[in-house]
Design a protein. Sequence first.
Length: 220
Amino acid sequence: MKLLILLGPPGAGKGTQAQLLMTKHGLIQLSTGDMLRAAVKAGSDVGREADAIMKSGGLVSDEIVTKLISDRLDDEAHAPGFIFDGYPRTQAQAEALDALLSARGLKLDHVIELEVDEDALVDRISGRFTCATCNEGYHDRYKLPKVAGTCDVCGSHEFKRRPDDNAETVRTRLAEYRAKTAPILPHYEAQGIVARVDGMADIDVVTESIDRILGEPATV
Ligand code: AP5
């Protein structure tokens, strides 16, 4: 089983790359951001607690996100591997993930840090939108649908933007990343599993760099 963490600030391309790697390597994407947004949409207790925190750009509690990950690891016990996208984000989450994996006899293979200039992050996030039906990601300048107003994947004509993708919230999310997430890198550097990738390159070039780190895709 292959296990990797995609680490990087908001807008670094974690979700974009996770989607591509899922298709290519047959891995399952575990995005705590997506899980929390689904909980908000469903109006669950977790969603009600997370909603205001996410809109402010702060971090949801370690307990909530770790429970979401733990449940998904159990649900997908037979998966060929996982891409952790947006988790862990704090030292407590990094330690909790170690415990979750060790209890299942699993071990991380790679932590891939996507490095992107901060100016580019704001630009990327403010231009981002997704298909309201299948969630395919687009960008006002870098990745428009091939036929204007029509999703390339499912043909839907409805698109949406995230409520936390505004300049003020992005600044808070970046500050949270610097203060709480970047400091977990030494935890993984000590294990010799960190690789850095230039996230400023074109999307397919970033994917090629990650492919080289992961090795040959499994046959799926
Ligand atoms: P989350 O959903 O995880 O958001 P994030 O980390 O802020 O990351 P983003 O999804 O904004 O960016 P990304 O790196 O995936 O970039 P993307 O591929 O979309 O978390 C949201 C919130 O949930 C948090 O603020 C927090 O409140 C809460 N939360 C989630 N997990 C939590 C946790 N573990 N603990 C506590 N709270 C948690 O790319 C961005 C744009 O750039 C796209 O338009 C894309 O097309 C474009 N793009 C991507 N790559 C490139 C490239 N190489 N060149 C040009 N454009 C590119």
